[in-house]
Design a protein around this ligand. Structure first.
Ligand SMILES: [Zn+2]
Length: 394
C-alpha cells in the first residue's frame, strides 16, 4: 500500500515538473508582443535608463524583458495636454528610445517593418517599436503625422484622455456629454484616418470616445488595435470595450490588447485605491509639491506600502477571465496583451513587471488553451495586424 502511494506521489511530481517546464518552453517558443509600455514617460519622471537594473523602481528594464521573454515591445510616446509643445516633447521621447538602442545594440533595436521585426527576433534582440499615445501630439498637422511615421512610429492612439480638435476622447464623451461642440471625428479627423491608412500607421482606438470609435472603425480600410484596453462586461470603466465594440474590432480583423491595470480588470479596485490614497494623502501631496506628476506620486507611495496594496490587487485569473470572454465572444484571433506597465500603479498580484509575462502563458495552459492559440494571443494576432497595415508599402 505504502509503495503504491509513493509511486503515485512520484508520478505526480514528474507530472508537475513536466508542466512547469512545458509552460516555459511554450513561452520561449512564442513571439511575445506587448503593445503598450509607458517606460519612456516613467524614465523621465524617475530619471532612469532602460539598460540599468531597475528592479523595485520600475516595471521594466532590458534585462527583465529578456527574462520575461518579451520579443517585441511597443513603447508609448506620451505627454499630457498641459505640455506647451507636445510634438517637440514627443520627439524628445523618441530620441530616448533611439538612445537606448544605441547604448545596447546587441540587446535591442528599433524596428519599422515586419521584416525588421523578424530579423531582430532571429538575432535575439528586443524589437522595439513606437506608438504615439494621443493625437494632440501631431498638433493638428498631417505633416507631423508623416514625420512621426518617418521616425518609426507605427501606431497612434487617436486621443488620450483629452480630446483633440478633430476627435473626442472617452473621458470627454462620458463627462462632458452634450456640452461638447462635436462628438466623434471631424473632417480633419477623417483625413487623419485616411492618411494613417495610406502611411501604414495602425489606428489605436484605446482612450477614444465611443463616437470616435464608431467613426474610425467605419472609415478605416485597415485593421485597428486597442493597444491597452480591457473588457467592459467585468468592469464598467469608460476605458474598457463593450461587446458591440469587441465584435466590431473582430469584424475589422483588428486586435484588443488587454490592459493589466487593476482598475480596468476589477470593478472594486478603484474604490479601494481611493481609500488608500486618502490615507496617504500627505505623502502623495508632498511629492506633487516637489514636482512629481500626480499619477507617479501615487505610484511611488504605492510601491512604498506594497503590503497594503497587495491586499486589494486582483488575481491573475481575472485578467485571464477578460481574455477568455473575448475568445468566447469573437474567437482567439482578436486578443493580445498591452500591459500598460510603467503607466499603471498596480496590475494583478502575480504580475509585478515585465519579468512575469511567462506566468500568463502558464495560466493560459492551465485554462486549457493549446500551444497554437497561445502563440496567437501572445503576439501572432498583432503581427497579422502589423503586416496588414504595411501591405503594399515596402
Ligand atoms: Zn493610456
Amino acid at each position: 500500500m505504502v509503495s503504491r502511494f509513493c509511486f503515485f506521489v512520484f508520478l505526480l511530481l514528474i507530472g508537475t515538473t513536466i508542466f512547469s517546464q512545458r509552460y516555459k518552453k511554450v513561452h520561449a517558443n512564442a513571439v511575445l508582443v506587448d503593445t503598450h509600455n509607458d517606460f519612456p514617460s516613467a524614465s523621465i519622471e524617475k530619471k532612469v535608463s532602460l539598460d540599468a537594473d531597475l528592479l523595485g523602481k520600475t516595471h521594466t528594464d532590458l534585462a527583465r524583458m529578456r527574462e520575461g521573454g518579451v520579443d517585441v515591445q511597443i513603447f508609448s510616446i506620451f505627454c499630457g495636454p498641459e505640455q506647451q509643445h507636445p510634438y517637440a516633447f514627443a520627439n524628445r521621447e523618441i530620441d530616448s528610445v533611439y538612445e537606448w538602442a544605441k547604448r545596447a545594440p546587441k540587446r535591442m533595436t528599433l524596428v519599422r517593418t515586419p521584416f525588421e521585426l523578424r530579423r531582430a527576433i532571429k538575432e535575439k534582440r528586443l524589437a522595439a517599436m513606437l506608438g504615439v499615445e494621443g493625437g494632440h501630439m501631431i498638433e493638428d498637422k498631417i505633416e507631423y503625422l508623416d514625420n512621426f511615421y518617418a521616425r518609426g512610429v507605427r501606431y497612434m492612439t487617436l486621443t488620450w484622455n483629452n480630446s483633440t480638435s478633430w476627435a473626442t476622447s472617452a473621458l470627454d464623451e462620458t463627462t462632458k456629454g452634450d456640452s461638447l461642440p462635436y462628438k466623434g471625428l471631424t473632417d480633419l479627423g477623417k483625413k487623419i484616418i485616411e492618411r494613417m491608412n495610406a502611411l501604414g500607421m495602425i489606428i489605436d482606438v484605446s482612450h477614444n470616445g465611443e463616437q470616435t470609435f464608431w467613426d474610425a472603425i467605419k472609415l478605416t480600410k485597415k485593421p485597428v488595435i486597442a493597444s491597452h484596453s480591457s473588457v467592459w462586461h467585468f468592469c464598467h470603466h469608460r476605458r474598457n470595450l463593450k461587446d458591440d465594440q469587441i465584435k466590431a474590432i473582430a469584424k475589422n480583423g483588428g486586435v484588443i490588447h488587454l490592459n493589466f491595470y487593476a482598475g480596468f480588470l476589477d470593478s472594486t479596485y478603484e474604490r479601494k485605491a481611493i481609500a488608500f490614497a486618502a490615507l496617504h494623502k500627505p505623502e502623495i501631496d508632498s511629492l506633487i509639491s516637489k514636482g512629481t506628476q500626480p499619477n507617479y506620486a501615487e505610484m511611488i507611495v504605492m510601491e512604498k506600502y506594497k503590503n497594503e496594496v497587495e491586499s486589494f490587487r486582483p488575481p491573475l485569473s481575472l485578467l485571464i477571465d477578460h481574455l477568455d470572454y473575448i475568445v468566447k465572444l469573437v474567437g482567439v484571433d482578436y486578443v493580445g496583451l498591452g500591459s500598460d506597465f510603467d503607466g499603471i500603479e498596480a496590475g494583478p498580484r502575480e504580475l509585478n513587471g515585465v519579468q512575469d509575462f511567462p506566468l500568463i502563458t502558464k495560466a493560459l495552459l492551465e485554462r486549457g488553451y493549446n500551444k497554437k492559440d497561445i502563440r496567437k494571443i501572445l503576439g501572432g494576432n498583432f503581427l497579422r495586424v502589423f503586416r496588414a497595415n504595411q501591405l503594399g508599402l515596402n
